[in-house]
Design a protein around this ligand. Structure first.
Ligand code: SAH
Length: 248
């Protein structure tokens, strides 16, 4: 896989500065980071994405910001769209599906309230990017994709990048993953017309389901499971691809 981009002068200057600093102080960590900057020409774009699209819009959870600074989003979009991977919008990933806008991934992830170590069910693997962010945050991820070609490709990407704590299933997310339930949190990245009861059933008491709901007009909803029922909080108006039961 060739990468035609050249690092920006700012990134290069940063690399040089860090390499000399590392040489001076003998800090192996700093040298490793500088090497990473040099080997990934999108690093500067990614850091800027987190500052301007995510932190600037009020997402301050450091674990979310750190994960999004580190996951190479450009490797989750088709090769010809790599240059656009860090712009402020969703991108097509094939089969009529999209990788969500960076801010939406950050918002949904922040709403899950993760500390690390949680078992999370994701419906709609898509490109695998959201799964990578969750995995980077220390979660154990169970992800379901209804379109086999997308699920397979996402798995290849995630395996290649060595995200190991992810379990994959090709199938209908409306059923959830009953053998592995209950989950500490569930995130749905396609919109069903109603909140699927099956998914609420597979949530641990105290756990959260973050889900876009609606047909054309959709709301992002946080459902929190209580001992005696659920509470629902509407967060924002959103636009996701539909959650389907069948593919043609
Ligand atoms: N989380 C993804 C976003 C993918 S878009 C990412 O980070 O890239 C939503 C995905 O949900 C699509 O890939 C679509 O095929 C999938 N999907 C739609 N209905 C589904 C269902 N019933 N079960 C599982 N996946 C579904």
């Amino acid at each position: 896989m060739s990468c035609k981009r050249v690092p920006s002068p700012i990134a290069l200057a940063l690399v040089l500065a860090m390499l000399s600093l590392a040489a001076l102080s003998g800090m192996a960590d700093m040298a490793a980071f500088a090497q990473k900057l040099a080997s990934d020409p999108f690093t500067a774009d990614r850091l800027k994405m987190v500052e301007t699209q995510i932190f600037a819009r009020g997402i301050e959870e450091e674990n979310v910001l750190e994960a999004m600074r580190s996951v190479p989003r450009h490797l989750f979009v088709p090769e010809k769209l790599r240059d656009q991977a860090y712009v402020d919008s969703p991108k097509r990933i094939g089969s009529g599906q999209t990788i969500s806008q960076p801010y939406m991934v950050a918002l949904m992830t922040a709403l899950l309230n993760l500390e690390g170590g949680e078992r999370i069910l994701e419906i709609g693997t898509g490109s695998g990017y959201q799964a990578a962010v969750l995995s980077k945050m220390g979660a154990i991820v169970y992800t379901i994709e209804i379109r086999e070609e997308l699920g397979k490709q996402a798995r290849e990407t995630l395996d290649r990048l060595e995200y190991r704590n992810i379990h994959y299933r090709i199938g209908d997310g409306y059923q959830g993953w009953p053998e592995e339930a209950p989950f500490d949190a569930i995130v749905v990245t396609a919109a069903p017309p109603e909140i699927p009861e099956r998914l609420v059933e597979q949530l641990e008491v105290g756990g959260r389901l973050v889900i876009p709901v609606g047909r054309y007009f959709q709301d992002l909803i946080v459902v929190t499971k209580r001992k005696d029922g659920v509470t629902k909080q509407r967060v924002a108006a959103v636009r996701f691809v539909p959650m389907v039961t069948d593919i043609d």
